[in-house]
Design a protein around this ligand. Structure first.
Ligand SMILES: Cc1cc2nc3c(=O)[nH]c(=O)nc-3n(C[C@H](O)[C@H](O)[C@H](O)COP(=O)(O)OP(=O)(O)OC[C@H]3O[C@@H](n4cnc5c(N)ncnc54)[C@H](O)[C@@H]3O)c2cc1C
Length: 465
């Protein structure tokens, strides 16, 4: 148990009287829940978890942390695979109570609290048949997701989540509030398009919404021996598909669900998912070559977008280790490597071996954002998920091996939200060298002491003398 320090003891007193949220210190009944994140491998004991109810709480918590010299972590959805939402012995600015979503139907935008989840956002916009690109799991935080870029089923139609960021409120390290938009503080606004939580606590984001009158999907299951043909066919389909189409090829352990044949449950399965921001008839037209293949099971249907967003929700309490490579192309040899790597994926487990198509509005988005991977046509995302410590080495080695397998096609630029801590070189590659330097200058202006360093960290530029 973390010993109570003077800081933990004074936290409640100092933050207490005017703090609208809740303060948890070691020994409190809510403390363990407050320090639990998605990846159960992360077991850190902060000195203070400040569950903020609004901007003023955030500013107060940041000032307190600085006075007490506590390391600061910022928590949105708690989905960072490296557990960047928690500090050992420091103070966590926990935003989960700030989850309100206000939809402006006329303006076609939503103002989203810095601690809202994808589910909060999708459920709020759905009644208006409006949506924006969101993460593929409903419990992911809109904040960490969007600030890192934001990739989801709708990205080929509507761009990355950050391409839809219209404005943000940011509480900076000294506790002041800064509004960022294309008109106000434009350099900070630019940096929030992929630069992550490096510049302050984003207490609200305003996102552009798009009309989404219909959504549909086809989930097709193939035996592993038929995987290569299915994967190549999916590639061919996506290379000429309209922007409305998306999806993924995902090797998984066959789930125990009614529509899955018993022989596939608990075994390696190649799943091909085609999503369509359109009707089932439009989906069937796009997916026709895949629907001509022999398969073991399928679900093809219209589906409300917010329901599609929950379809891959993982149970909490699992161990996680992931990585990714963004590819310059996906020739037959790469497809063969992708399918071969599936054969070594630990099964049964919750692991997923994913191939995402990019392109469409992602590739056409602003080229100067710190997202050099946006021009890659394909991404491979080995997503290790397993239950117990005994599986740690096997899962990690599998993920690292997959990365190695894709070196021949990798662009080197990687989406940082899809990886854990892989060293500063990967961080710079994730932003691009030129953009990293620009981010460093923004960092020097808004967070010169690098208070916000529990992230894919941008070091503040050193002023020239
Ligand atoms: C099951 C699962 C599925 C996922 N699927 C996708 C996907 O489909 N597409 C995709 O792009 N990514 C996906 N991700 C990755 C996800 O986008 C990143 O892990 C993201 O950083 C999570 O944000 P969070 O707020 O949930 O996490 P946290 O761990 O709370 O935060 C992550 C980082 O962002 C910072 N941060 C969070 N909120 C704020 C804020 N409001 N202000 C300032 N800094 C903040 C934190 O300090 C931390 O450094 C997935 C993750 C998981 C676990």
């Amino acid at each position: 148990m973390t010993p109570r320090s003077p800081a933990t003891d004074t936290a409640r007193n100092v933050l207490g009287p005017d703090f609208a949220g809740a303060v948890h210190i070691p020994g409190d009944p809510g403390y363990d829940e407050a320090r639990t994140v998605f990846n159960s491998m992360i077991d850190r004991r902060p000195a203070v978890v400040a569950q903020c109810a609004g901007e003023a709480d955030v500013a107060r918590a940041l000032r307190f942390a600085r006075e007490e010299e506590l390391e600061v972590a910022v928590r949105g959805g708690g989905h960072s695979v490296a557990g960047m939402a928690l500090s050992e012995g420091g103070l966590v600015v926990d935003l989960r109570r700030m989850s309100t979503v206000d939809v402006d139907r006329e303006a076609r935008s939503a103002r989203v609290g810095g601690g809202a989840t994808m589910s909060d956002l999708d459920r709020a916009t759905q009644p208006y048949a409006l949506a924006t690109t969101g993460g593929r799991v409903s419990t992911t935080g809109v904040g960490g997701f969007t600030l890192g870029g934001g990739s989801g089923w709708l990205e080929r139609a509507f761009g990355l989540a950050c391409d839809n960021l219209l404005a943000a409120e940011v509480v900076t390290a000294d506790g002041s509030t800064v509004h960022a938009s294309a008109q106000e503080n434009p350099e900070l606004f630019w940096a929030l398009h992929g630069g992550g939580g490096n510049f302050g606590v984003v207490t609200s984001l305003t996102l552009r919404l798009h009309d989404l009158p219909a959504m549909s999907m086809a989930l097709l299951l193939f035996r592993p021996e038929n995987g290569p043909e299915a994967v190549r066919t999916y590639r061919n389909v996506m290379e000429s598909a309209p922007d409305a189409a998306g999806g993924a090829c995902i090797y998984i352990t066959g789930p125990p669900e009614e529509w899955v044949p018993e022989a596939m449950v608990g075994r390696l399965v190649c799943a091909v998912l085609v999503t369509c921001a359109g009707t089932e008839a439009e989906l069937r037209e796009v997916a026709a070559p895949l629907l001509a293949l022999e398969r073991e099971a399928e679900v093809i249907d219209a589906i409300p977008y917010a329901d599609l967003q929950c379809m891959l929700d993982d149970p909490p309490g699992m161990r996680n280790y992931w990585s990714a490579e963004y590819l310059d192309g996906f020739p037959d040899e790469a497809a063969a490597a992708f399918c071969a790597a599936a054969a070594t994926m630990p099964v049964p487990s919750g692991s997923q071996h994913v191939l995402f198509p990019m392109g469409g509005a992602v590739a056409r988005g602003p080229a100067d954002y710190p997202l050099p991977w946006r021009s890659s046509p394909w991404a491979v995302h080995p997503f290790g998920v397993w239950e117990s410590e005994a599986g740690d080495e096997e899962a990690k080695q599998w993920v690292r091996r997959v990365r190695g397998d894709f070196v021949p096609w990798a662009s080197g630029a990687v989406y940082l939200n899809f990886i854990g801590r892989e060293g500063q070189e990967r961080v710079v590659a994730g932003f691009g060298e030129h953009a990293y330097e620009r981010l460093s200058r923004v960092k020097a202006r808004y967070d010169p002491d690098n208070v916000f360093h529990l992230n894919h960290n941008v070091k503040p530029a050193v002023a020239e003398v």
